[in-house]
Design a binder for this molecule. Structure first.
Ligand code: AMP
Length: 571
């Protein structure tokens, strides 16, 4: 056995990805761009499910009292796919899902994709107007909605052109005008044979952006499978380098608690698909996130790994009853999607009975999830580090002129890989702005340290991440600008240990207006999800500071905390 401490990252990578090795990498073109990808990989999500189904009675999905083995899951996918086909779903059709995490949600996504349909995963926090927009924008023919979220869309049914059928998921009678999803969920051993191409859409996820209106980011079969294989390779590399293994020490099945919503890439893509490929058991929480539920699920299901959003981790490690639970099975915690405070990581190391190996994942929706992953060892010395990119990424750090920066300097991170989205649904303009010559402009400012590890330190894009949910400032600013009593407004993030950031609006009222903070909040809330409503409102008595080109100087508005704002401090 070679001494693992002597094996370099490059040696380990070379041997795992060489010709004939399990993770052999080959160059192939995607959309005319040369990229590296795994020579031996499932060519669709259907193939991934087919392979997983061979695990038979091994448990796959658990939620509350419901449990599914791999074989049961695969058969549900095949049976449900056939029923969706009978209902008229065809390759390329879009079908929205608005639901809390559930087994039906997971089965439906894979059933839809196994006949070439595309799931539009609608954000469960959205208000009626945002749901309406996404359903129209993506041209959904069908919608699946659960009982808890149904009230949000009941007024929309029959109003959206092209939306032919709504499936009702959940307890009780299906409301008038809907079909029960129970009639569709069924089991079969017959694997569908509908044509699917690797570049077909798998799931569309809405990501907002600089234009103020959300954009549907298309994820594909190829991109999803590639990033799943990348995460598995990362696990193999860690083991080869003598780092904590992602597999339980007793050789048993990994049991992963998944608390990320299924409408984010951390849910279906990096969460469910990776666990499926690894033969893990996934435990889904029920309803809204609750730290006590997380702790009792770890105890009850003997969870070995938890993939968390930083705010969730913060809440759990500060939960006052944490010591009342048996958490001895938990050996790994991975988090990402937003920066995680070093204090939260340190507390996680202290409060669990077995010190968990921590891992920080940096990713975006536009890359089907994970781009880089840093392990426990790196995070101890360098808590802001996000590790190395997975080996099918080309990376560049560039300055504002688009020139590559010198080693160690800050620049915007640009990426090229087979996991970069083919684009935003029906938005060639937005796609061309985000992806130029095959390079995705992440809008993240990063640097590479002397070990080659990346650190994401800032965002060039005007975005706040509040508790793992992205808030695009311009979207709220345009909503505020629509208010008759608002002259102008700017939205900024206020740092917060629990949520990462909170939303603040700096508002200039029209002269003589009696607009109050509550009025401003009610206006935003009438159109948008609660997480986008500014918690802090600052009224400013003079125009917002702008540069000569008219751009609001947000850096002058930031850093003053949520409290009183002194307009005289602005030049
Ligand atoms: P989304 O597309 O919603 O997944 O958001 C992606 C953005 O979240 C990235 O462009 C980063 O700004 C941020 N982000 C994701 N993961 C991390 C991380 N581990 N550390 C810091 N920021 C992150």
């Amino acid at each position: 056995m070679p001494d693992q401490s002597q094996v370099s990252y490059q040696d380990a990578l070379d041997s795992l990805t060489a010709a004939g090795a399990p993770f052999e990498l080959r160059t192939e073109e995607v959309g005319g761009i040369p990229t590296r990808n795994f020579a031996s990989r499932p060519r669709s999500l259907r193939e991934l499910v087919e392979g997983a189904g061979k695990r038979g009675d091994v448990e796959f999905l658990v939620q509350g009292g419901q449990r599914l083995s791999y074989a049961e899951f695969a058969q549900l996918v095949w049976g449900t796919a056939a029923r969706f086909r009978e209902q008229g779903l065809r390759r390329g059709d879009r079908i929205g899902i608005l639901a809390y995490n559930s087994l039906d949600f997971v089965v439906s996504v894979f059933a839809i994709s196994s006949i070439g349909g595309i799931t539009v995963a609608l954000n469960g926090w959205w208000a009626k107007e945002e749901i309406d927009y996404a359903l129209r924008d993506s041209g959904c023919r069908f919608l699946i909605v659960d009982d808890r979220l149904f009230p949000r869309v009941s007024g929309l049914l029959g109003e959206i052109e092209g939306l032919e059928k709504t499936f009702f998921a959940g307890a009780g009678e299906s409301p008038t005008g809907t079909v029960s999803l129970r009639e569709v969920i069924s089991s079969s051993e017959q694997i569908p044979s509908d044509d699917i191409h690797e570049d077909d859409g798998f799931v569309i996820l809405y990501t907002s952006g600089t234009t103020g209106r959300p954009k549907g980011c298309v994820t594909t079969h190829r991109g999803t499978v590639t990033q799943v294989m990348g995460i598995l390779l990362h696990g193999m590399l860690s083991a080869a380098l003598g780092k904590p293994s992602p597999l339980p020490a007793d050789g048993g099945q990994p049991t992963i608690l998944m608390t990320a919503p299924l409408f984010h890439v951390a849910g279906i893509h990096t969460g469910v698909c990776t666990a499926m490929a690894a033969g893990a058991k996934i435990v889904l929480n029920e309803g809204r996130f609750d730290p006590e539920q997380v702790l009792s699920l770890i105890q009850r299901e003997r969870v070995t790994g938890w993939s968390a959003i930083p705010t969730m981790l913060h809440r759990v490690v500060h939960c006052s009853t944490i010591h009342e639970y048996d958490l001895s099975s938990l050996s790994r915690i991975s988090f990402g999607g937003a920066p995680t405070a070093p204090e939260t990581m340190n507390r996680a190391r202290e409060v669990f009975p077995v010190e968990p190996a921590l891992s920080n994942g940096y990713g975006t929706t536009e890359t089907h999830g994970v781009i880089m992953l840093s392990g426990d060892r790196e995070l101890r010395d360098k808590p802001t580090c996000v590790g190395h990119p997975m080996p099918f990424f080309d990376t560049k750090l560039v300055n504002e002129a688009g020139e590559e920066v010198a080693d160690g300097e800050l620049g915007e991170l640009l990426l090229r890989s087979p996991t970069v989205t083919p684009g935003y649904w029906n938005r060639p303009d937005a796609t061309a702005e985000a992806i130029r010559d095959g390079w995705l402009h992440t809008g993240d400012i990063a640097y590479q340290d002397s070990d080659g590890d990346f650190h994401v330190v800032d965002r060039a894009k005007d975005m706040i991440i509040r508790g793992g949910e992205n808030v695009y400032c311009v979207e709220i600013e345009s909503c505020l600008a629509d208010h008759p009593d608002i002259d102008e407004a700017a939205v900024i993030g206020v740092p917060d240990t629990e949520l990462g950031e909170r939303v603040k609006a700096v508002v200039v009222r029209i002269p003589g207006s009696g607009l109050t903070e509550a009025d401003v909040q009610a206006h935003v809330h009438s159109r948008m999800a609660a997480f986008k409503v500014p918690e802090f409102i600052e009224f400013m008595e003079k125009p917002l500071p702008r540069n000569p080109a008219g751009k609001i100087l947000k850096e002058q508005l930031r850093g003053r905390g949520p409290g009183a704002f002194d307009p005289d401090l602005i030049e």
